[in-house]
Design a protein around this ligand. Structure first.
Ligand code: DGP
Length: 138
């Protein structure tokens, strides 16, 4: 399928819709997931128009994983979480719901179950204090 330039993350990249951003460089952007599965759930996307890992260049992939590691370290420090999960879905059959390639960074703590994937939207204002802690930990 050709890349849809009007997918929600493409709109976030162009600042056509708001997002709670934590990190940006020339190739990547990280922002809070508005349907968090755990407190601190963060998304990392490349700026290249790629739907999934198969469409992303090796250079784009390298930038994406480098930013994912950088932001994951900050999330771990900011949330003081003992565990941290990286999730990356390709294709509807795998559960991908936004067709712009991305990594999920999801803090984990034993005994705290994950919320359902892409189910419940929170007020973006509630995400700002967590984002501030993540930015400070970068
Ligand atoms: P996936 O199903 O892997 O494609 O994950 C898409 C994620 O994007 C999901 O966790 C919910 C999140 N999401 C959907 N719409 C928006 C949005 O408008 N803003 C933000 N920040 N996250 C969104």
């Amino acid at each position: 399928m050709p890349y849809d330039p009007n997918n929600i993350f493409a709109k976030i990249l162009r600042s056509e819709i708001p997002s709670v951003r934590v990190y940006e460089d020339t190739r990547t952007l990280a922002f809070m997931d508005v349907m968090p599965q755990a407190e601190g759930h963060t998304l990392v996307i490349p700026k290249d128009p790629a739907e999934n890992i198969f469409d992303l260049s090796p250079g784009g992939m390298a930038a994406l994983i480098a930013t994912t590691q950088l932001v994951a370290k900050a999330v771990k420090k900011a949330l003081a979480c003992p565990g941290l999960m990286l999730v990356q879905l390709n294709g509807e059959a795998a559960g991908q719901s936004v067709n712009h390639v991305h990594f999920h960074i999801i803090p984990r703590t034993a005994g705290i179950d994950l919320k359902f994937h892409a189910r419940e939207t929170v007020n973006p204002q509630a995400l700002e204090p967590i984002a501030a802690r993540i930015r400070a930990a970068l």
